[in-house]
Design a protein around this ligand. Sequence first.
Ligand code: PEP
Length: 260
Amino acid sequence: MDKVKKEQGKRFLVVANWKMNKTIREAEKYIEELKPLIADLKVPIWIAVPYTAIHTCREKFPATIAIGAQNMNDASSGAFTGEVAGVMLKEAGADFVLLGHSERRQYFHETDEFINKKILRALEVPLKPLLCVGEGFEERETKRTKEVLETQLKTCLKGVTKEQMENLLIAYEPIWAIGTGKAATPERVKETHADIRTILEDMFDQTTAFRTPILYGGSVSASTTEELASTEGVDGFLVGTASLDPQSFAKIAALSENVL
Ligand code: PEP
């Protein structure tokens, strides 16, 4: 593990999740504001946008910024009215796709089994899946976090090979921290990311566990960035609310750069 760590050095990635925000016109305005603020940054930036803004974002953002979707269907095509297939996202300009976000689990009843099908499809397209996992408040209080994460990871990643894991990322997003303004403490994040790595090691091997980027998400803001970014085992952020404003998102990206 240490050898791999040395070879790889510190990596960090900042991902925005716009959720169901920004029309095409609003996206264009955001891009114009954000571009000069991040022009000199080295930290990789990925942006997950609504389906309708993918094409515009791909055309107007520099090629160094990856554009992603926030969901996709598990089928390759067919009679699924209102759904969007991975190949469609790819052609529209997406490089990655958020899968298993807790809002989709909660409001659209997505199960780990369904998320697993989407992950396998995304990898086939190929789109990089950014799998979100995390425990609820009750689960945290009853000390079942590791058990919950183990079930989510084992089911969502069923059938994924070690080679495919090179194109997959994980975001640890405790549900109680999402959109609440209360980020998890660095101690809890460190401990949970280590647990996720142990689970991945058990499922795959030590190298795969280390190489898989594990991001933290849940009320990341400029004021929590430095502490969380330098927390052991944190390879990046998934930022919701604070990514909606180009100034605050750029600030998070700029502060994150200090850990590189
Ligand atoms: C998210 O939606 O993935 C998220 C982390 O949201 P927030 O930053 O608002 O907590």
